[in-house]
Design a protein. Structure first.
Length: 191
């Protein structure tokens, strides 16, 4: 048999089977080919990355064991006092307060709100290490503006919390809300 005859037989067989499968079979074959292509392009490269990461983890574990056996430096678990000190170290110093208040005013400006007035009060309760700086702001704006402002303040001022929100609308058809927002900025006792 010559190669040309085999090629013609294969073509005839493919045409015959294609006619038998019709569009559903062809769609299934196309879907199978697409899945096979995705597996080759997406799954196999990731499998090699996973294998490399597993080898790296095994190497790090072996190095850690060798270091521990050789009397290397091993850290003891932090005590509760250490954990508490780490917690309090997160809060900004009191001297940084003007920067945080400036962040609040900048957030209002970026969201199209005007902060004409506000009540500001620094408090420290007996026995507490943190200072509380209360910022009460009357604000007027649309709901998206207020929501954007609150989200930005909480994002830009990590030591701030939203303590209270009061919303009021004079008329159901009015686009703007009258809001009273109370933020608390927690400060460390450092200066």
């Amino acid at each position: 048999m010559d190669i040309r005859a085999i090629g013609e037989d294969a073509q005839w067989l493919l045409r015959r089977e294609g006619a038998r499968l019709k569009w559903r079979g062809l769609a299934g074959l196309a879907l199978f080919a697409a899945v096979a292509g995705l597996a080759v392009t997406l799954v196999w490269p990731v499998r090699s990355d996973v294998a490399n990461l597993k080898a790296e983890v095994a190497g790090l574990r072996a190095r850690l064991k060798a270091q521990t056996r050789a009397g290397g430096e091993s850290r003891a678990a932090p005590t509760r006092a250490d954990q508490l000190d780490t917690f309090y170290a997160f809060f900004p110093a009191t001297r940084s307060l003007p920067d945080w208040v400036g962040q609040i005013h900048n957030a209002a400006q970026r969201n199209g709100l005007s902060l004409d007035r506000g009540d500001y009060r620094l408090q420290q309760h007996a026995g507490e290490k943190l200072l509380r700086y209360e910022v009460r702001l009357p604000v007027k704006g649309s709901y998206p503006q207020l929501r954007g402002f609150i989200a930005e303040v909480l994002h830009k001022v990590p030591a701030a919390s939203l303590e209270n929100v009061t919303l009021k609308r004079d008329d159901i058809h009015a686009p703007d809300l009258d809001a009273r927002l109370t933020f608390v900025i927690f400060l460390g006792d450092g200066t």
